[in-house]
Ligand binder design. Structure first.
Ligand code: F3S
Length: 755
């Protein structure tokens, strides 16, 4: 659906009335986050205040965005809902299924060959149901959304955890699973626990080598990967208004790495400049009319401690460039000496083999121009780059404009590979090795957001460090992880010592944005005649059949795996080569939990089959239980399911017959996804009970027939020697979510209500 100014006018007209009502009801000044939330209540004008971190609230988001990997399952589910059209403006973006190998032209052609079935499916479903379709090569979802659809004060959801990027334009934009997107596309309310609020006061000003990326790398260090869980992070202060809109997008984008529900900034001049530069002067004009509603009340930012649940202070003038990693985005190290020490102590390779710039996080015109100012110096000062460069522009508009302005040429002169405007190396779609599993230990530095093991290239020995695009350029030129461009000299081809000057760049293209073919397809007005075909023997796509309810009698369930340590959605449903099966539930189920570490032998994909006593892969073992009509249980540690919003991580275990996932704590999106699929997502009331679980355990749920909100459940765990433990389990299901469980899934309930 094309960009719709009338929809925005309506949102703004509701906003003034609803925010005023909310302020009266809450009885105090409002943060920006609260204003946007209260302005988007499903029931319209607020009539009661909500308790942060406790109340489940129904919202009415303005938009939905889906990327190709998650859209397949979301749209397969939407097709089941029995609706002729999507109820809110929705777009689909083809960005994940494109490998990075040779360079854009060859790689895009290859993707169009290998994934044409999926792209055609997405295009035809989009056309049929009134969804805007962005073709492969058009750009990465979040950059395209920022350039075309995000607007201050709006609320959107997207089937990708970095949907939060749109906070850079003052939205509350939240990553969800496909099942949540289906609710909104089907015209239903979307439910969220009213978030807590973290305020980040930014003082000072970025200068020299520091960049917006360093702000979020610092916040990640302070809050860690769990610190933002259940909260909206709202940035404010003079440091916030001094940054560009796309810089704000970078900061919000990586809010996903601290587990935050989303992040946002108040409307300011940088957003107005960006809206006008991206051909949306009409939105800027409308936003200017209600400016005070698109930021917090003045009193909130004057005394933030009174209005936020937590306040963090960062002085941008004191910030230095950081490299976060390896293997986790919250492990921060300043460039230079401290990195030398840490890398030596931890045996991280100091030599850097690749510098990758781009992804949805840092692929704006400003990012590319600042990084190219460093790359240009390598040419001017006779430096030979030590590491290789790879560039992923965020959109065709950015790529075309950067190409026109000679920015890409600078990188090309350094033999950089300009990959497709797509995710590529950020999602394991980087064909770097023929045999990644046995590839050598090495370090890379990139301006992406995630750096879990194997995330970029499938090589478990790749140590990936996250930094700003300008630092990536500098480190790649120097070829050393501990290079500090502020103090260190490099030797050029003439044997002379040279230093790199501070980066320079343009917030927005001086000659304006330009694009020839942006890759957008508007759906037909009436899609009722559009045919969508899914071949019955397709490897890539499979029509869904509804899940049967698990019911209130789950006994004799076997332990499938007790996961040890970090278990992200990448561990539960790996990306990389598996991306090709995202639209085929049975095929992709063959990767279920193959990345999770078995607590009993510390191996991956090696669990005991309790029926045979033999060890085997997790999916194979589970299929044996399923064949024998036996439910199973997955046990996990803290923050289980952190990472992406993919509901496959819930649908696959569900499809294979896992009844319950019992963990110390959940990442929010994954917990919701389990609920949506009609499964039991439960937490140990006493965390130490995790230690009671043994390899041969059988689980008998004792009181599922009394499943009710705020009421513990209990499971009897029978050990191999016949001894038993009864374990108390907490849950966060409300009445509606218990109904999903009873019906077999949220989708089953929608269908029933539409019948
Ligand atoms: Fe794509 Fe990586 Fe962003 S997978 S959407 S570029 S986080």
């Amino acid at each position: 659906m094309a960009f719709d100014i009338d929809m925005i006018k309506e949102v703004y007209s509701n906003m003034t009335e609803r925010v005023d009502a909310a302020r009266d009801i809450v009885g105090k000044p409002l943060t920006l986050s609260e204003k946007i939330l209260y302005a988007h209540l499903w029931d319209g004008k607020p009539t009661k205040p909500f308790t942060r971190g406790k109340d489940y609230v129904d919202f009415a988001p303005d938009r939905v965005a889906c990327q190709d990997a998650t859209a397949q399952m979301a749209l397969l589910q939407f097709m089941q809902a029995g609706k002729p059209k999507v109820a809110v403006p929705t777009t689909v973006h083809c960005d994940h299924l494109i490998q990075a190998k040779e360079g854009a032209a060859t790689d895009l052609k290859h993707a169009n060959n290998t994934s044409s079935e999926v792209f055609n499916f997405l295009e035809s479903v989009s056309n049929k149901y009134g969804i805007g379709f962005w073709k492969p090569g058009a750009g990465i979802i979040h950059q395209v959304v920022l350039e075309n659809y995000a607007f201050p004060g709006g609320m959107m959801i997207g089937t990708d955890s970095h949907t939060v990027n749109a906070g850079g334009l003052g939205m509350v934009a939240i990553g969800v699973g496909g099942a949540d997107a289906v609710d909104v596309m089907a015209g239903m309310a979307w439910e969220l626990k009213f978030p807590k609020l973290i305020g980040v006061r930014l003082t000072g000003k970025l200068s020299g080598w520091t960049a917006p990326k360093d702000v979020i790398l610092k916040v990640a260090e302070i809050l860690t990967v769990k610190g933002g869980t259940g909260a909206i992070v709202e940035y404010f202060g003079p440091g916030a208004t001094s940054m560009s809109c796309t810089g704000k997008g970078t900061i919000c984008n990586m809010g996903a790495e601290i587990g935050a529900t989303t992040s946002t900034f108040g409307y300011d001049d940088s957003m107005e400049r960006y809206l006008r530069a991206t051909d949306r002067a009409d939105v800027a004009d409308e936003a200017n009319k209600i400016r005070e509603y698109l930021t917090a009340d003045a009193e909130v930012y004057a005394n933030p401690e009174q209005y936020f649940d937590q306040v963090i202070d960062i002085n941008l003038s004191e910030l230095s460039p950081l490299l976060n990693g390896p293997f986790t985005p919250d492990l921060s190290t300043p460039a230079g000496k401290e990195m030398t020490e840490k890398a030596t102590a931890n045996d991280w390779p100091l030599e850097v083999e690749w510098g990758l710039i781009g992804s949805c996080t840092n692929s704006s015109y400003e990012d590319l121009s600042r990084a190219s100012s460093i790359a240009q110096q390598a040419l001017d000062k006779g430096l030979k780059t030590k590491a290789e460069f790879g560039i992923n522009p965020g959109s065709e508009q950015v790529r075309y404009t950067a190409d026109r302005d000679g920015i890409l040429e600078v990188f090309e002169k350094l033999d950089a590979k300009i990959f497709t405007n797509a995710c590529g190396p950020c999602i394991g779609q980087w064909a770097r090795y023929s045999d990644p599993k046995n590839a050598p230990k090495n370090s890379i530095v990139h301006s992406f957001n995630r750096n879990f093991a194997k995330r970029a290239d499938g090589n478990p020995n790749t140590h990936a460090f996250v930094a700003s695009p300008e630092m990536v350029a500098a480190v790649a030129i120097a070829g050393r992880l501990d290079f500090n461009p502020m103090t260190d000299k490099l030797i050029n081809e003439n044997g002379e010592e040279v230093m790199l000057d501070e980066p320079t760049g343009w917030e927005l293209p001086p000659k304006g944005f330009e694009v020839k073919e942006n890759g957008y397809l508007e759906p037909v007005a009436d899609g009722s005649d559009v045919e969508v075909t899914v071949k019955s023997d397709s490897e890539r796509l499979q029509l869904l059949t509804p899940f049967e309810p698990i019911g209130d009698s789950v006994t004799g369930a076997k332990l499938l795996i007790k996961a040890f340590g970090k278990c992200t959605t990448d561990h539960i449903s790996m990306a990389g080569p598996w991306l090709r099966f995202r639209g085929h539930l049975d095929n992709i189920a063959n990767n279920t939990l193959i990345g999770a570490v078995n607590a009993f032998n510390k191996k991956t994909n090696f669990v005991k089959n309790q029926l045979t006593g033999e060890y085997g892969g997790v999916p194979d073992t589970q299929r044996v239980y399923k064949k024998n009509g036996i439910w199973s249980v997955v046990v996990g540690d803290h923050n289980y399911g952190e990472g992406s919003s993919r509901e496959h991580a819930a649908m696959q275990p569900r499809h294979l017959g896992v009844a319950a996932v019992i963990v110390k704590s959940f990442a929010r999106i994954h917990e919701t996804n389990l609920k949506k699929q009609g499964m039991l997502g439960l937490t140990f009331a006493n965390e130490a009970d995790y230690d009671l679980i043994q390899e041969d355990d059988t689980f008998n749920f004792l009181d599922l027939n009394e499943f009710a909100p705020d009421k513990q459940l209990h499971v009897e765990v029978v050990h191999a020697d016949g001894s038993k433990d009864v374990i108390a389990l907490n849950h966060t299901y409300n009445d509606a979510q218990i109904q999903w469980y009873k019906e077999g899934s949220a989708l089953n309930l929608i269908k029933k209500q539409n019948a």
